[in-house]
Every structure is written in C-alpha cells, then in structure tokens.
Design a protein around this ligand. Structure first.
Ligand code: ARG
Length: 565
C-alpha cells in the first residue's frame, strides 16, 4: 500500500490529475503535523485561489478512507495523519505475503525490447560500456518484474571496414596462438598497431578495404577469421555479463541485417523518400530541422542508420513490441531521432513506441580520457577485479572471521561498481571513484548490503518465525521511527513502476538508500530483541520486511545481498 497514492486518490481537485496530486504529496517538515502533506500553492494558478483557501476547501470536501485518521488545513497545506496501526498491518502483511523472493507480477501481455550493452567486436569492453550495460540490464529486470515480456538485445557492432583492417593487421603481425590465448587484448593491440602504421603507410588502408570486401563477398577463409574474432570477443564479454548477472535473449548484431536492408531501401525509394546528395542516398529531414539521414554511401554501402531501420522493423515483426528501447549514450541522440523520424515517414505507427534512453559519460577519477584507437582504455573486467580486490581487503579487516570471504568480496565489489552506475540520474556524466563506491557508510551498494546483512543477523538472533504476520500486535509499531520505515516499505511497488515509466533505475537506488537509512535510524533508537515478547515479535516482522525489500530491490539493480558480511 502506497500512502502517497492513497492520498492522491482521496483528494479531488477539479482540473488537476491524480498523477499531479501524487507528485505534489510530500512529507511535513514537522512530525507533529502528520505523515504526509499536500502543499496547496501548487494548485493556486489552476484554481485561482490562495493556498489557504484551497486547503480549507479540500478539508471541507474530503472523505477520508479508514487508513487516514485526519486531514487538517494549516497555512496552505493539507496535513494528513495516518491510522498508524492500520498502516503497519496493511503494509507489513502485504510484504510478508510476498515471501523472501518477490515473484514477478502476473503477465500484462506486453512486450518491451531493450537494446543495451551492444558491444563492438574486437574492441575492448571498457568502462564506457558500464552505463548501458548496467542501466539496460537493470531495466530488463524491472520490466520483467512488472509483468512485461522483456527481450534483451545485444546489437553487436560486428560490421564495417574496421574488420577488414583487423584482418589485414592479423595477417601482417598476428599469431594464432597469441590471439587464441589473449583474445580481445591481442586483437585490440593489432587494431591499435594498424592505425599507427597506417599513418606512415597509407597502402594499409587499401589493404583493409580489400579484406572487408572479401568479408562482404563471403570469401570463406576471411569470413572464418572474422567469425573467430567475433567468438573471441563474445567469450570475453560473456564472462563480464555473467559476473554482472546480465542476460540477452538475442545477439543479433549489425551483420545480422545484411540481407534485411534491401526491402527497407526499396520501400524508401518507392515512397519517394530517398533523395540524392553528393552521390549518396539520404532521407531529407529538413522539415524536422534535422540533417539528412544517410541510407547508402556513394559506393552503395549501407550505414549504421540503414541497419537500425532494418533492425527496428525486424524487432517489430519478430517480437510485436509495445515498446522498443535503446539504452545508448546521449552522443547518439541525433541518430535515434533521425531513425525514428524515418520510420514515421515510412508510415510505421509504432515509430512512436521506439524510445532512445540516453545516458551520460563515465570517467575514472584522475583517469585519462578514453580512446580505443590509441589503446588507452580502462577495461571493465579490470575495474571489476580492482573493486573486488579492494572489497576483499575491507572485509578481511572488518570481519576476519567471515566464512566465504571471496564470494562476499565478489558480491560487494561488483555490486559497488554497478550501484555507482545506477545511483545517479542516467543523463548525468559520472566520475567514478573506487573509494566512494566501496564506502560502507556512504550512499553505496556496500551500505545497502550491510544493512541487509544486519537485518539477517537480527533475524537469526530473534530465532522466531520472523516474517510471519499472524499474531502480531500492530499497535506496537506506531512510534515515529517505525512509521517512517513502514511508510517507505509501502512505496516499493510504486517506486519500481515509476522507475520503469521514466527508465530510471536510480529511483530504486534512491529509494533503497532512504529505506536503509530510515531502518538504521529506527535501529539506533529501538531494540528489536526487546524484553517484551510481543514487541520483539512485531519488530522482527518489520525487520524481515525491510530485509526482503532491500534484497529484492537490489536484485532489480543487478546486485546480490549476502546474508553475512
Ligand atoms: N555498438 C554501438 C556503439 O558502441 C551501439 C549500438 C546501439 N544500438 C543500436 N541499435 N544502434 O556505439
């Protein structure tokens, strides 16, 4: 039960939607004024009344449901006091009924496609991919939890002249054993060397083009090399995906669309949408204030956008999506606006269901700028390894007797990295710092995991049938600190729904931090294992609900919560 929602449903204001009221509901700064408030100045303009007059009017008209004890008009605010025992009962019973692992909602019959991570073959999986991977992977779980069929798609960058260059570099300087042993690292070195040598030896570029042509023509030995490079890259990224708990339903990358673009090109031509520009074929988008969308190069080669048009069509045909999301950096804003506009011009009504979910850039605190070509990149697997190593040291110091230290360090280290990617609004650029990410006191995954483990240890000490709501006296859960925790617990479902709505996993991160902080405040003031058995019982139920909510919320953020830390 989300009480904010209940208030939004209870208050009726002409010309103002329930969502607007929901968004306005806040928490009064002073506890004695109640648990929630509605600041009425927000509606002054719409109603042409003073805030105080609005609050008075609402108070006079309102019909309170049993869960709300009172509504008072105070200085332009409508302040609500809840029936605390009822709040506790409804909220905790609901959560206890979900058990330790919250089952996903019943299917809503809707499908959402999510294009995320979408790595490039033979290039390092570097820290720049952290955001798309974490945000996309988390949204995949969030939509799945809410009853959608989620389709995770890794739109591999596996086509383009760079693969010809790579073949050329491999033939010149490569060595089979070395590439087999060192995989993408070796491939990336070859790629970097190619660009370096090409600066003084322009003939290399021609050679690269020649090999790419062979790939295009299906020349068996060249294609075999290319497929091998692809497989090596996939093996490497899959190791990282496994550690992050990321899954994909499809690895259909750019090359998959080689034979699926012609119908799109034909249709564009047929509908008179293709125009010529300096020998290239483009779709003019000047009526939408955008540069033209490039479809075919002078030499007839297709482009990134051509592949995305074919891919969108393919996804629609294959999955009949209700939503088609692209979790891709904001640098590609224009690209997606162009692609969606072309789909619209082609008369696809579902163009409006295609959404670019952009995000900012990641850099390492004190780190150098990233450049794949020059080879100074920070590999994601190295970032994970460093974080896990540091987590291991912290754990060894804080809790030397802990069993299974290595497994916990993995969970804490990886969790810290993922959480730092998911804790700020996605569009913000992010400067990553190991120390901040791994702090047990800051706004971090370890802090949440630690709070979860604290709950687990309290429950272990309480050794009752914790989590069982029957027989609990809810009137014992009415003090301020407890009510704060309970009100937050009641918000879980609506926070998850909002995160899906806005494509912002960070709303869940923020929420879990609030929940953990509020539980820890409660814990400072109250003993869970108290002298009174009834009080103990009630607080154990509360603790178990907090534990399970933290655990399930973290899971939506791809983070595991160990029982002990
Ligand atoms: N591989 C691309 C890159 O690294 C991202 C692909 C995003 N997805 C897409 N359908 N365009 O920039």
């Amino acid at each position: 039960m989300d009480y904010k929602q209940l208030i939004a449903k209870t208050v009726r204001i002409e010309g103002v939607s329930e969502q607007e009221i929901y968004a306005a509901v806040g928490v009064p700064p002073r506890r004695e004024n109640g648990e929630f408030c509605l600041p009425c100045f927000k509606f002054s303009k719409a109603l042409r009344l003073s805030p105080a007059a609005i609050a008075d009017k609402l108070k006079a008209e309102i019909v309170l449901p049993p869960e709300i004890a009172s509504a008072e008009s105070v200085a332009g605010y409508l302040n609500f006091k809840l029936d605390r025992a009822k709040l506790a009962e409804r909220t905790l019973c609901e959560i206890a009924a979900k058990g330790e692992t919250f089952a996903p909602h019943a299917s809503n019959g809707k499908t959402v496609c999510l294009d995320y991570s979408s790595v490039n073959i033979a290039k390092p999986f570097h820290i720049g991919h952290l955001l798309t991977t974490a945000i996309g992977g988390s949204l995949y779980r969030i939509f799945g939890y809410l009853g959608y069929r989620a389709v995770g798609i890794n739109h591999l960058g596996d086509w383009g002249t760079q693969f010809g260059k790579l073949v050329s570099a491999y033939k010149r300087w490569g060595n089979e054993q070395d590439v087999a042993a060192r995989g993408v690292t070796a491939l990336n070195e070859l790629y970097v060397r190619f660009h370096k040598e090409a600066e003084t030896n322009p003939a290399l570029e021609d050679e690269g083009r020649h090999y790419f042509k062979l790939i295009e023509e299906g020349d068996a030995p060249t294609v075999r090399l290319f497929e091998w490079f692809k497989q090596l890259t996939l093996e490497e990224v899959q190791k990282v995906y496994e550690r992050l708990g990321i899954v994909f339903d499809s690895y259909a990358g750019e090359s998959f669309y080689n034979d699926k673009m012609q119908p799109v090109i034909d249709e564009l031509a047929q509908k008179g949408l293709l125009t010529e520009s300096e020998g290239a074929r483009v779709v003019d988008l000047s009526d939408s204030d955008m540069p033209p969308c490039l479809i075919l190069k002078k030499d007839g080669a297709t482009l990134y956008a051509t592949r995305d048009l074919a891919a969108a069509q393919y996804r629609h045909d294959t999955y009949a999506f209700d939503k088609n999301l692209y979790v891709v950096a904001y640098q590609q804003n224009l690209h997606f606006r162009q692609v969606f506009k072309v789909l619209e011009k082609m008369g696809r009504p579902w163009a409006k269901d295609c959404v670019h979910v952009p995000f900012g850039m990641v850099s390492l605190e004190g780190g150098a700028a990233l450049s794949t070509r020059k080879g100074n990149v920070v590999w994601l697997k190295d970032v994970l390894a460093t974080a896990v190593e540091k987590a291991g040291k912290i754990i060894a110091e804080k809790n030397p007797a802990l069993e299974d230290k290595a497994a916990v360090a993995e969970t804490v280290g990886v969790g810290a990295i993922v959480f730092s990617a998911l804790s700020a609004s996605r569009i913000k650029d992010m400067v990553f710092s190991y120390d901040k990410a791994l702090s047990f006191e800051g706004e971090t995954a370890p802090y949440l995991q630690y709070t979860h483990a604290r709950c687990a240890s309290i429950l272990a000490k309480g050794n009752s049938a914790a989590g069982n709501a029957s027989g609990v006296d809810f009137s014992l859960l009415c003090d301020d600190e407890t009510v704060d925790v309970i009100a937050l617990l009641g918000r879980f479902e609506s926070v998850v729904a909002e995160a899906a709505d806005k494509y912002e996993p960070c709303l869940i991160s923020r929420y879990l931090l609030d929940l953990a902080q509020s539980f820890n405040r409660f814990y400072i003031d109250h003993r869970v294992i108290a002298d009174d058995a009834a009080v103990t019982n009630a607080r154990l139920l509360l603790t178990s609900c907090v534990k399970n909510t933290l655990k399930n919320g973290l899971a939506l953020l791809l983070i595991q919560a160990p029982e002990k830390m």
